[in-house]
Design a protein around this ligand. Sequence first.
Ligand code: SF4
Length: 124
Amino acid sequence: METSCDCGGPKTFIFACSGGSNVGQITNEAAKRLTAEGLGRFFCLAGIGGDVSGIVESTKAADNVIVLDGCGVACAKLCLEKINVPITCYIDATELGIDKQPHFDITEEQIGAVCDAVRSAVSE
Ligand code: SF4
């Protein structure tokens, strides 16, 4: 059984909660966009939750870990904390003024707001 991703590339990993709500899906889209820009690599949060050894070890070896949660329940952050990996940049989409809703109608503006928050945080 394969227990790791193809982990070449940057040592900055991006985790998104990718949850079943508008804000969760905004984090998913933001993680894809930031990866496309080369800011980091969208990595597999489910592998952390599932305690997949290769994914956990790769994450522990990362230089930077960016975590995007849709809301204050903070599922992604809790997963990373469970394996004692320091989080270098943390974003909660609701703290950017985006209301959590039980639908997937997300906008470019909302995705952009999350991406901008990450870009701003990592440039400090
Ligand atoms: S952080 Fe919020 S939006 Fe994301 S998976 Fe958890 S409950 Fe869902």
